[in-house]
Design a protein around this ligand. Structure first.
Ligand code: NAP
Length: 463
């Protein structure tokens, strides 16, 4: 079996394949071998390059996923891009089933003017930058802005707001790359405005993450401009109010009652505002916000009342988007691969034999990392049911050479798990040398090439 993508969705899939076949669910394929492919030379996807560095307990999910990768029936093959070094056709010829787990790598845009100005960026890029993703130039963010607007009311918006507001001193024990730590230490940011287009009860924050923002040292937090009663729990109609919403309202009510203490940095959470325009000539100087209101059907619309927020950096954090994979069907509207319980559906609505999806590519960019585990189990159940005795299943082409031989014939050497361990060891060694915690990320393709001992761990010329 092949799994494309070594993030949590891909690795939970590999785990489910090994476990469910060991339990004999497949009836025939006990001891299934799973190749996990990734375009990067490093495994763990968003656990490594999406989870904020000051969230070590979520990062430690990598320890669990490492055990999956080290299972004798699982093999890591890095540095392979679908449609470049490997094709869908090669995978279908070499494997009895292919599970796509490539996530949602693109950010969504706001669709307002000024969005392309220098100083306006995707929160996704900011996240990649502070996580040391090799695609992110370490010089990408200099943080010379005094005021920043973060647009969106989800957990990514909370992560980037917290990373902007927190003192850099607390980050030297984390794995942020050295140039990023230096930029955060030199940051001139004093004000972070978190701009939410709906109200406190509609925000998508989870309470634990919201609460953290108010616990940062030397940061004053305010919730300005709320109409009276906006933080009262809404009248319950039918179903009881979500625990998460109730928790968020309690946290926000506590913040609303705080008085500013003259802290070095200020965070303001601005509900019922949406960006109408990002202003500036050479770079961002302000964002024009329109106040919003919700009608009886729950639709948000502008009220025609505007205000100007002087900021020098705008980070849009309005969700992620999957991208089509070469040759695979794609629902452009929902930005997912059409599927039924993980079975990829063709244009006629029928399953394409041997092809499956998991994670954000299957269900859209929602849920926490743990959500991917039951999601993977569901897809693997469908995959194994399709292979039950008596059912016609896709089979690898017995005449096709193994993938490794096909790649070798094309001059491609995948990054192996041992190569990755070279990077892993290099990161531990860097932390020890700097006296900085357990790991410091190596940033940039060249550093990854050198540490892995692989001549070309990242994508080819032009990268
Ligand atoms: P999200 O939870 O879907 O939040 C996106 C936010 O963007 C929503 O508040 C949405 O508002 C707003 N939005 C969308 N379009 C907008 C527009 N045009 N203008 C203004 N606002 C707009 O997405 P996310 O924050 O990217 O997180 C993705 C997933 O990862 C979530 O499930 C999240 O919980 C998870 N995550 C978890 C953690 C953690 O557990 N620590 C950390 C990071 C991410 P509406 O609701 O009005 O559409």
């Amino acid at each position: 079996m092949a799994v494309v993508g070594s993030g949590p969705a891909g690795l939970y899939t590999a785990e489910a394949l090994v476990k469910q076949t060991a339990q004999g669910a497949d009836g025939s394929a006990a001891g299934v071998l799973v190749d996990v492919l990734d375009r990067l030379p490093t495994p763990y996807g968003l656990v490594r390059y999406g989870v904020a560095p000051d969230h070590p307990s979520i990062r430690s999910i990598a320890d669990y996923l490492r055990r999956v990768l080290e299972h004798p029936q699982v093999r890591f093959l890095g540095g392979l891009r679908l449609g470049r070094e490997v094709t869908r056709e090669m995978l279908l010829a070499c494997y009895d089933a292919v599970v796509y787990a490539t996530g949602a790598p693109r950010d969504r845009s706001l669709g307002v003017s000024g969005e392309d100005l220098p100083g306006s960026a995707a929160a996704a890029d900011f996240v990649r930058w502070y996580c040391g993703h090799p695609d992110a130039d370490p010089a990408m963010f200099t943080l010379d802005a005094r005021a920043v607007a973060v647009i969106g009311a989800g957990n990514v918006a909370l992560d980037v707001s917290r990373m902007l507001a927190r003192p850099a001193a607390g980050l030297d024990a984390t794995d942020v790359p050295e140039p990023v730590l230096a930029a955060l230490a030199a940051s001139r940011v004093e004000e972070v405005h978190l701009v939410c287009r709906r109200g406190p009860a509609q925000a998508r924050f989870t309470t634990k993450e919201l609460r953290e923002l108010g616990e940062l040292p030397d940061v004053d937090i305010t919730v300005p401009g709320l109409p009276p009663g906006a933080l009262d729990p809404p009248a319950e109609e039918g179903a009881p109010l979500d625990r998460r919403v109730r928790g968020n309202l309690a946290v926000l009510a506590e913040w609303a009652g705080r008085s500013p203490q003259g802290a070095a940095r200020r965070v303001s959470v601005r509900f019922w505002r949406r960006p109408a325009e990002i202003l500036g000539t050479d770079r961002v100087t302000a964002v024009r916000l329109e106040q919003t209101a919700q009608d009886a059907s729950g639709r948000v619309s502008g009220t025609g009342r505007f205000e100007l927020l002087p900021v020098q950096l705008v980070l849009r954090s309005v969700g992620y988007r999957s991208v089509p994979l070469p040759g695979l069907p794609f629902d452009e509207r929902r930005a997912v691969v059409p599927n039924a319980d993980g079975r990829v559906l063709g244009a006629d609505g029928r399953p394409l034999p041997g092809e499956y999806v998991v994670g954000w590519l299957k269900r859209g960019p929602t849920g926490v990392i743990g959500t991917n585990r039951p999601d993977a189990v569901q897809t693997v159940r469908a995959l194994l049911a399709d292979r039950a005795p008596g059912t016609p299943a896709h089979r690898a082409d017995p005449a096709a050479p193994p993938l490794a031989d096909q790649l070798a014939a094309r001059g491609v050497r995948p990054v192996t798990y041992d190569d990755w361990l070279g990077i892993d060891a290099g990161e531990h060694a860097m932390a020890a040398a700097l006296g900085r915690g357990d790991r410091v990320k190596l940033s940039g393709w060249d550093a990854l090439d050198t540490a892995s001992g692989h001549p070309h761990a990242g994508p080819g010329p032009g990268r």
